[in-house]
Design a protein around this ligand. Structure first.
Ligand code: THU
Length: 138
């Protein structure tokens, strides 16, 4: 299903858990962490960052992608995502539709992998095409 090694998957998930602790989510109390692996081999972390005006809030996945792109990265292999209430890991945290669309801007739909793990240790890996078929592109 994935050309990622188990070691890389575990590193991405543990990085995402660390990022979840940096989440700033006083309004939803739902904390999300993400870890994005670039084709250059670097890992970019991200967390959700909320705002009192709500709409300026940013998801963990987009934080990671925007950090990476702003550092000159354009090609990515995978992203790990964990999330849950009050800093705990809960159910599998699937990316929202907006984040899927942002992934589609930079990531190959068939080779880019989205890795999620829940509190029970279940790991699910999906391709971007699985989660966003027929993506809009110009
Ligand atoms: N959130 C993420 O950061 N990533 C997701 O994939 C789903 C939702 C954030 C947005 C908001 O800060 C909080 O989780 C509740 O929706």
């Amino acid at each position: 299903m994935s050309d990622l090694t188990d070691d890389i998957i575990e590193l991405l998930i543990s990085t995402a858990h660390g990022m979840q602790q940096r989440s700033y989510a006083p309004y939803s109390a739902f904390n999300v962490g993400a870890a994005l692996l670039s084709k250059s081999g670097k890992i970019y972390g991200g967390c959700n960052i909320e705002n009192a005006a709500y709409s300026p809030s940013n998801c963990a996945e987009r934080t990671a992608i925007f950090k990476a792109v702003s550092e000159g990265e354009r090609e990515f292999r995978a992203i790990a995502i964990v999330g849950g209430k009050k800093g705990e890991t809960g159910d599998l945290c699937f990316p929202c539709g907006v984040c899927r669309q942002v992934m589609a801007e930079f990531c190959d739909p068939d080779t880019f992998k989205i890795i999620m793990r829940d509190s029970g240790g279940q790991t699910v890996i999906k391709s971007l095409r699985d989660l966003l078929p027929e993506a809009f592109r110009l």
